[in-house]
Design a protein around this ligand. Structure first.
Ligand code: NAI
Length: 508
C-alpha cells in the first residue's frame, strides 16, 4: 500500500511513515474508479494533494486523472479557464475532485467554477454543516447538524448582465419552475435518504414575488409528495438570524443560488470556519466534490491551509460511489485526529501548537483504523436524483397587457412623459407610469427619489387589436420611443391565467 502511495506522491511531502490500513485489496487498475482530479489555484494544490493521499490510503481503488482548470489556464490562453480535455474527461468519468479555482473580481472572464457547474447541469450543491470534535466554537454543544441544499445554476449566477447606460448596470435574476422543482425534490429525497425530518425553504419571496416567489410555490407543491417530512418556509434574512440564534432547529435548508452561497458560508462559520466545510455538486450524470472555500491567496504556498474541507468532500465522494466502509474509516480517523488536538492547522489549533497541512495529513493517515465515538450515526441510504415534471406552460392562458421599455434620458421626467405621450398618440397604447430606480415618479411623485438617467416607461395596450396586429403595434411603439430617446431593454407585460405576470412599481 505504501508503495502505491509513494509512487503517486513525493513521500517527503507527506512524510508517510507507516502502512495505512485499507478495507480491501487494490485489485487490478482496470477495476479502479476513474476520477478527474483538478488541483486548482492558490491553496488548491496543497489541500487536494492531502485529500488524495488520505483517500488512497483508505481506498486504493481510484484512478486519478489529473486535469487543469482555473486562473492559470485563464491567464495563459485567455479561455474560459477550462480546457476542452478537462471537460471531456469529466464527461467521460462523471466524477471530479477539485481544488478551488480563482476568479478575477469585478473584471475579466467568467468564473470557471460556475462554468463547470452550468456546463454539466450540476444543479444541486450540498453543504453539510455539523459540529466537529476538537474544534471549539461559540456554538459548541448547540447540536448543529444540518445540510444546506443550494440551487446551483440559476438565479443571479445565470450571469446575464448588461451596462444599460454608462451609469446603470443590470443583472437578470432567472428562476425557473424546472430548476426550483428539481432542487426542492432533491432536498426532500436527501432528507429521506439521511433520515432527516424537516426541510426549510429559505427565500426572499416577500420582496421578489415572481422569482423567489416561484421557488417558494414550487417547494410547497413538492412538499405534498413527501408527507412524512415536515416542510416550512423562512424569509432568508430571518433564516440568517435564526442560523445564529438557534442553529440547532435546522435539519435541511433548501434555497436559491445567491441565498445559499451566503448562508452556507455563514453556517460554515458556526462550526469552525471555511477550512472545515465540504460540498458536493450533483447533476444527473456528473458529480463534482470540492471544499466550500476559495483559493485563500493569503495562505497559498505556506503549507498551513486546513485540508479538512477537501478531505470531507472526498468522504462525500466515496459515499457517492458506494465506498461506504472507506468513507466511514476516513471519517473516524479525521475525528480522532481532531480530538487528539495535535498537528492541527493554525485556523483550528487554538491553544495547541499548530501543525502544517502535511503534518495533519500524515497524522490522519496514521489514525486510519481508529474508531472515534464522536462520529454521528446516521442511516444513509442511496438517494434518487429527481427529475422535474413536464412543464405546464402549454395550458396557461396568456393575455397581452403592454410593454415596459427601459430608456436612457437625461432631462426631467415630466418632459420625458410629455414627449412620449405625444409620440404615441396615434398608437393603441397609453403611458401608464414611469419609474426610476424602481420607484414610480410619474404620474405622481411624492417620494424623494434621487434620479438617474435610466427610466422604466410602462405602456398599457388598449386591447383594440388582435394578436397579429399586436406585434406590429409593439414595433410601432418602439419606433415612436426611438424618436424621443434611446431604449435599451423591453419587457412584455402579460397575464397568465388572468393573473398579473409582472411586478408593480414601488409606489404604484
Ligand atoms: P476564500 O475562501 O479563499 O478565503 C476566505 C477566508 O477563509 C480567508 O481568510 C482564508 O484564509 C480562509 N480560508 C479559506 N480556506 C481555508 C482553509 N482551507 N484553511 C484555512 N483557512 C481558510 O474566499 P475569497 O478570499 O473570497 O476568495 C478567493 C478566491 O477564491 C476568489 O478568486 C474566489 O472567486 C475563489 N473562490 C473559488 C471557489 C471555488 O473554486 N469553489 C469558492 C469560493 C471562492
Amino acid at each position: 500500500m505504501l508503495e502505491t502511495l509513494r509512487s503517486r506522491f513525493d513521500p517527503s511531502e507527506f512524510a508517510l511513515e507507516e502502512q495505512a490500513p485499507v478495507d480491501s485489496d487494490p485489485g487490478p487498475t482496470s477495476l479502479k474508479t476513474p476520477v478527474v482530479f483538478i488541483p486548482g489555484d492558490g491553496i488548491g494544490p496543497e489541500v487536494t494533494r492531502s485529500a488524495r493521499a488520505v483517500i488512497d490510503a483508505a481506498y486504493p481503488h481510484i484512478e486519478w486523472l489529473e486535469h487543469e482548470a482555473g486562473q492559470s489556464v485563464m491567464l495563459s490562453d485567455r479561455s474560459r479557464g477550462i480546457p476542452e480535455q478537462t471537460l471531456q474527461a469529466i464527461a467521460d468519468t462523471g466524477l471530479v475532485l477539485k481544488g478551488p479555482l480563482g476568479t478575477p473580481i469585478g473584471v475579466g472572464g467568467k468564473s470557471a467554477n460556475v462554468t463547470l457547474r452550468k456546463h454539466f447541469e450540476l444543479f444541486a450543491n450540498i453543504r453539510p454543516v455539523a459540529e466537529l470534535p476538537g474544534v471549539p466554537t461559540r456554538f459548541s454543544g448547540a447540536g448543529i447538524d444540518m445540510v444546506i441544499v443550494r440551487e446551483n445554476v440559476e438565479d443571479l449566477y445565470a450571469g446575464i448582465e448588461h451596462m444599460q447606460t454608462p451609469d446603470v448596470a443590470q443583472c437578470l435574476k432567472l428562476i425557473s419552475r424546472l430548476g426550483s422543482e428539481k432542487i426542492s425534490r432533491f432536498a426532500f429525497e436527501l432528507a429521506r435518504a439521511q433520515g432527516r425530518e424537516k426541510v426549510t425553504c429559505a427565500t426572499k419571496a416577500n420582496i421578489m414575488k415572481m422569482t423567489e416567489g416561484l421557488f417558494k410555490r414550487v417547494f410547497e407543491e413538492a412538499a405534498a409528495d413527501y408527507p412524512e417530512i415536515a416542510a416550512n418556509h423562512q424569509i432568508i434574512d430571518n433564516c440568517a438570524q435564526q442560523l445564529v440564534m438557534a442553529p440547532e432547529q435546522f435539519d435541511v435548508i433548501v434555497t436559491t443560488n445567491m441565498n445559499g452561497d451566503i448562508i452556507s458560508d455563514l453556517a460554515a462559520g458556526l462550526v469552525g470556519g471555511l477550512g472545515l466545510a465540504p460540498s458536493a455538486n450533483i447533476g444527473q450524470s456528473v458529480a463534482m466534490f470540492e471544499a466550500v472555500h476559495g483559493t485563500a491567496p493569503d495562505l497559498a504556498g505556506r503549507d498551513c491551509a486546513n485540508p479538512t474541507a477537501l478531505i470531507r468532500s472526498g468522504i462525500m465522494m466515496l459515499r457517492h460511489i458506494g465506498a461506504f466502509q472507506a468513507a466511514t474509516s476516513i471519517e473516524h480517523a479525521l475525528y480522532a485526529t481532531l480530538e487528539a488536538g495535535r498537528h492541527l492547522t493554525p485556523d483550528i489549533a487554538g491553544t495547541h501548537p499548530a501543525g502544517t497541512t502535511q503534518d495533519f495529513t500524515s497524522a490522519l493517515i496514521d489514525n486510519l483504523g481508529l474508531v472515534s465515538p464522536s462520529v454521528p450515526e446516521r442511516p444513509v441510504s442511496a438517494m434518487r436524483i429527481p427529475r422535474a415534471r413536464a412543464s405546464r406552460a402549454g395550458s396557461v392562458a396568456r393575455g397581452f397587457v403592454g410593454i415596459d421599455a427601459f430608456v436612457e434620458w437625461d432631462g426631467h421626467v415630466d418632459a420625458l412623459a410629455d414627449r412620449l405621450a405625444k409620440a404615441i398618440r396615434r398608437l393603441p397604447f397609453r403611458l401608464e407610469l414611469i419609474s426610476n430606480r424602481g420607484m414610480q415618479v410619474f404620474p405622481e411623485n411624492h417620494a424623494t427619489t434621487e434620479m438617474v438617467n435610466h427610466w422604466r416607461c410602462r405602456f398599457f395596450h388598449d386591447g383594440s387589436v388582435g394578436r397579429q396586429k399586436e406585434q406590429q403595434a409593439i414595433c410601432a411603439l418602439l419606433e415612436a420611443i426611438t424618436n424621443v430617446c434611446t431604449w435599451m431593454h423591453v419587457e412584455r407585460l402579460q397575464r397568465f391565467d388572468d393573473r398579473r405576470a409582472y411586478s408593480k412599481a414601488q409606489g404604484e
